[in-house]
Design a protein around this ligand. Sequence first.
Ligand code: HEC
Ligand code: HEC
Length: 218
Amino acid sequence: MNNTQTYPVYLSMHALLLTCSLVLGVSVSAATLDDTTSRTARHATRLAFEVCGTCHGAKGISELPKIPNLAGQDPDYLSAQLKAFRNQTRGDPDAVGYMWGMAAALDDDTISALALHYAARPASAGQVSTPSLLPAGRTLYQEGLPDLGVPACSACHGIDAHGMAGFPRLAGQHAQYLIKQLRSFQNNMRDVAVMHGVAQGLKVKEMESVAAYIESLR
Ligand code: HEC
Ligand code: HEC
């Protein structure tokens, strides 16, 4: 009689302990996951300030016109570019010289954390360096050059150049960097079919004016 009473008690205690250890086990592994995520985020923040920041600026706004601003850029675009440097598929000379080495040792989680770090920073406020180029640049950006088969940049990068759905933000980017990229798309050193098609018919003066206009946007 005694036995039949203690047995279910023992069973339910055992079940309770099992449940506790399962719950504890789950919460321990969730905590480990959280720890890893926040450790990766801390590592990315440290890298951004101590390494990337020496060229791209402490806030992701670079002081040097041939080095791109990263602040406010689309995180998926940033991740894709870091992977392209790591895979050595983005091959313009400054990418090879500066970024292949930088990206070589980054794992996917660190790349994602770096991308989120920069995407969350306020973007460049833009600057006007050559006012005389702005009207032609605006026309080219917003309307393209239909006679020459150059599409409007706004169709993919947005009317405000803030980017959209996988197309990078351009607004406020350094003109010198933009011109360098347009030339790299043109000669396929940065091998991206869609931008090769856009840039192939552009003359130097047109690149300069569209870059000046884009740089002026905030
Ligand atoms: C020694 C200078 C230097 C350092 C340090 C550096 N970069 Fe760069 N980065 C560059 C240059 C120069 C370019 C432009 C390459 C080109 O012209 O194609 C660039 C381009 C990029 C781009 C492409 C941006 C775009 O709009 O397409 C990303 C993303 C980037 N760097 C992220 C990083 C991250 C993250 C780090 C730190 C892990 C870092 N960089 C460290 C010089 C540097
Ligand atoms: C059909 C869509 C499309 C149109 C139109 C287009 N772009 Fe792009 N552009 C892209 C895509 C996609 C990328 C990202 C390429 C990559 O993944 O490396 C890009 C990238 C760029 C970059 C590199 C940005 C960086 O941070 O390195 C520049 C500069 C650029 N485009 C300028 C222009 C200009 C100027 C025009 C108009 C003359 C234009 N684009 C029209 C799709 C387009």
